[in-house]
Design a protein around this ligand. Structure first.
Ligand SMILES: CC1=C(/C=C/C(C)=C/C=C/C(C)=C/C=O)C(C)(C)CCC1
Ligand SMILES: [Fe+2]
Length: 352
């Protein structure tokens, strides 16, 4: 019972913004992911596969298509959530990025395997928290009416991109993680992680939790919010089971996680000054967010070039170039997650 009032303190995005969410984030992501599922299934049936360098295109696109920019607007968050002055907001987030990002970069140098495992765990949490926010705030998913259901849903939503590819493509998964730690002269030693038995048991447990949390949610409220949740969960299961992981993660990062976060940062702009006086439309959101993200994205690219020249083993292939980018993203992700977790706390995403 009492649980139903949960989330009331979440300031609901305006109906106009929820419309923009549906048109700009929810539907396009659905269509794009579904098309990739169809493409991957056809490709398998006809025995054709993408050339390796093409597989990295979506990940490369994330440098400018919402991926890197979605974190590059973090400097606006304290100003919008707490009404502090823009310079203070920038200084606080800049300091956070320097300290947390710097410390994590050092961890990669000292113990790359732990840093890599930490990156996957952090992304599991972060991509899960992003989807829980979208469900609670934009979709108004009334079935997620307790902290337990939200945490479990977050675990499922984050595990879809981080765990399901391991079930379907263990070799490629290992190759990617190997390419990260290879930059520091190490390789992945935990072979048991990729063994058939581990994956079978892990997959069965994860499928059970995915279905179980939806069944519990259905009994709370099987309305539209639940239908969206169930549909997205099923789609993402299929997506990460069928689409090769480097492609799938690249696409998901651009059109799923990042776009939702950009809309969230628009939604917390209570004063409405950001979008001017005109109506909020998908176009106005993209244009104004791009403008806000441009300088900090450019700055991140300068740091990326510096970072690439500092890794111990110089990248010499597309795969190791992608590894440099992802390790750099890892370093930015730790402070970014701190910002987003603080937003969750202020908006009452987990417990109302
Ligand atoms: C590319 C790739 C992987 C991991 C990617 C990660 C961890 C990306 C994180 C991005 C973040 C955190 C962006 C910011 O929000 C896996 C799953 C190991 C498997 C194979 C391909
Ligand atoms: Fe993010």
């Amino acid at each position: 019972m009492g649980g139903r009032s949960m989330g009331v303190t979440v300031e609901r995005p305006t109906p106009a913004l929820r419309g923009v969410y549906r048109r700009l984030a929810a539907r396009p992501a659905w269509v794009i992911c579904a098309l990739f599922v169809v493409g991957a299934t056809l490709g398998r049936a006809l025995d054709v596969s993408l050339p390796p360098s093409i597989r990295y295109l979506p990940l490369a696109a994330s440098v400018v298509v919402f991926g890197l920019p979605h974190g590059a607007i973090d400097y606006l968050v304290p100003a919008r959530v707490d009404d502090c002055s823009p310079p203070r907001s920038m200084a606080a987030v800049g300091g956070l990025y320097a300290v947390f990002g710097g410390a994590y970069a050092v961890l990669w140098l000292i113990t790359p395997l732990a840093a890599a495992a930490g990156f996957i765990a952090l992304t599991w949490f972060h991509w899960g928290q992003g989807d829980v926010h979208a469900l609670v705030a934009f979709v108004e998913a009334d079935h997620l009416d307790s902290t337990g259901l939200r945490v479990t849903t977050g675990g499922v939503r984050g595990g879809l991109p981080m765990f399901v590819p391991l079930l379907a493509f263990p070799e490629r998964y290992r190759t990617v993680v190997d390419s990260w730690v290879g930059l520091f002269g190490t390789d992945v030693s935990a072979m048991w992680l990729f063994a058939g038995g581990t994956r079978l048991v892990g997959g069965a447990v994860f499928l059970t939790v995915s279905v179980g949390v939806l069944l519990v949610g259905y009994r709370r409220d099987g309305g539209r919010g639940w239908q969206v949740d169930a549909g997205e969960t099923a789609l993402l299961w299929l997506f990460f089971l069928t689409v090769p992981p480097v492609v799938a993660i690249g696409v998901y990062f651009c059109v799923w996680h990042s776009l939702r976060h950009v809309l969230r940062v628009v939604a917390v702009d209570g004063t409405g000054t950001r979008t001017g006086t005109g109506p909020v439309t998908p176009r106005s959101v993209v244009v104004s967010s791009a403008r806000e993200a441009a300088p900090t994205t450019a700055l991140a690219l300068v740091f990326l070039v510096g970072f690439a020249s500092l890794v111990p083993v110089a990248p010499a292939s597309t795969a190791s170039g992608a590894a440099v980018y992802l390790v750099f993203v890892a370093v930015l992700t730790l402070p970014h997650v701190a910002v987003v977790t603080w937003m969750d706390y202020r908006e009452g995403i987990w417990w109302g």
